[in-house]
Design a protein around this ligand. Structure first.
Ligand SMILES: Cc1ncc(COP(=O)(O)O)c(C=O)c1O
Length: 441
């Protein structure tokens, strides 16, 4: 394995062709599942490299496809995909500044820039984490006292909306929080906490620390909670407000819909996930804690492997080595500019509102809710068929092939509904029409 005589130009050209092929794909699922061959014992060179990459592209789910409407997943912008290859080649480690001098500076710059776009004051401090679940875990760890006050966790009560992502409850389990300390707040039809119920429950609770979780962009409906109202209630109760904006944090760049983030500065911790709606590859997330002292005392942990005087970005949080994901986002924003990301976000919300209208007028389908963002669940008007697994299986077989978009099935309370997420910037009315024109009857 000699890296110095690697054929960079030829391999780069093959990789570029494969990336292009990935973005040109119009199908969502491949026609067939390939059989994997045994690993070669000897080098296969560029031929093997090209074949392996080709298979990866041809056999994968084409998340870039405008027909991929099923999850909070699309392909990143090609500039981000290429940037990520360079980030991988450099392999800088955010653990220590000596292993990532520029990336550390970029991460600090982006955290400050995005916080300010989201209307957060300069009192916030942050770090990045590998994905949203780890960001939620880290924020909740800070909320229960972090490294400084591990004993506090047994005196905490949690107030969680029904629409919270399962990483919230998983995090609380990991943190050793008993079920009795977790209150799922009575919710509206999209799972958003009923504010009166929340206020009453906070008043009734005798816990030493009360932690309220709110969501901007819920996983099933893309529902947005009223953060400003929640912040006021939480302030009155002396509680900690954690805002899971893993999905909705991208609204920091929006022009038309930034108002959904109003009140964010009243929270104590916020997480955002660029990998969802900022068109960068997995995995990355931003974790913000309000107040330098709280950030330092809850998430700071000495690491003596590098004892020089640098401010290492690995000084905070639960992770050790960490990828320089900030660079990928930064290169993308340098390349496309913030206006184009704003335009794509705003366009997808507006397209979803149009889709809502088309569903409303459809003879066989109906929207399950009014969309806040770019998620729209829908269902068959015929309740018996909607509740029948065989009927839903039949529908699923029509999806994702021959240009027909693919949507996922999701459970909400006692119902199974179809869920669409209009993330791909290329999704147009024609794609939605192909879905609506299926023989639903
Ligand atoms: C609201 C919300 N929070 C957290 C997460 C977890 O993020 P990740 O998949 O990056 O771990 C998700 C994932 O979809 C989410 O929708």
């Amino acid at each position: 394995m000699n890296r110095s005589d690697f054929p960079f130009a030829e391999a780069g050209s093959i990789a570029a062709q494969m990336v292009e092929r990935a973005y040109q794909s119009t199908r969502f699922y491949p026609a067939a599942e390939p059989r994997l061959q045994p690993l070669p014992q000897h080098p296969t060179g560029l031929t093997g490299f090209a074949q392996a990459l080709g298979l990866l592209v041809d056999a994968g789910a084409a998340l870039n496809s405008p027909a991929m409407l099923g999850h909070m997943d699309t392909a990143p912008h090609p500039a981000a995909a290429f940037a990520d290859a360079v980030v991988s080649a450099m392999n800088n480690n955010m653990l220590f500044r000596e292993l990532s001098p520029f990336a550390s500076q970029v991460e600090e710059f982006l955290l400050t820039d995005i916080a300010s776009r989201a209307g957060m004051s300069d009192a916030w401090r942050g770090t990045m984490t590998s994905g949203g679940a780890i960001a939620n875990l880290s924020a909740l760890f800070a909320a229960i006292g972090g490294f400084a006050q591990p004993e506090l966790r047994h005196e905490c009560a949690f107030f969680v909306p029904e629409c919270a992502h399962n990483s919230i409850i998983k995090s609380l389990a990991v943190l050793g929080i008993s079920r009795a300390a977790i209150h799922v707040i009575e919710a509206d039809e999209l799972g958003r906490s009923n504010l009166t119920t929340l206020e009453n429950q906070l008043k009734r609770s005798g816990a030493r620390r009360k932690i309220v979780v709110a969501v901007v962009g819920s996983t099933v409906h893309g529902a947005v909670e009223d953060i400003a109202a929640l912040a006021a209630i939480v302030k009155e109760a002396g509680a900690w407000l954690h805002v899971d904006a893993i999905y909705g944090g991208a609204l920091s760049f929006s022009i038309e819909f930034k108002h959904y983030l109003q009140g964010l500065d009243g929270a104590a911790s916020v997480v955002m996930g660029p990998q969802k709606w900022m068109f960068v590859p997995r995995l990355n997330a931003l974790l913000f804690i309000k107040g330098e002292d709280t950030f330092e005392s809850s998430l700071g942990f000495a690491n003596h492997y590098s004892a020089n005087s640098s401010q290492h970005r690995g000084a905070w949080g639960l992770q050790g080595s960490r990828r320089a994901d900030a660079l990928t986002l930064w290169v993308l924003l340098q390349t496309i500019g913030t206006d184009s990301i704003a335009k794509v976000i705003d366009q997808s919300i507006n397209t979803t509102r149009m889709f809502h209208h088309l569903l409303y007028e459809h003879p066989e389908l109906k929207p399950s809710h009014q969309p806040d963002l770019n998620l729209q669940c829908f269902e068959l008007r015929d309740v018996a068929r909607q509740r029948d697994a065989d009927s839903l299986d039949k529908v699923e077989k029509m999806l994702g092939r021959n240009g027909v978009p693919w949507v996922s099935r999701t459970r909400w309370r006692d119902n199974t509904v179809f869920r669409s997420v209009l993330l791909a910037p290329e999704t147009r009315k024609a794609h939605l029409q192909a879905l609506l024109d299926l023989p639903w009857a």
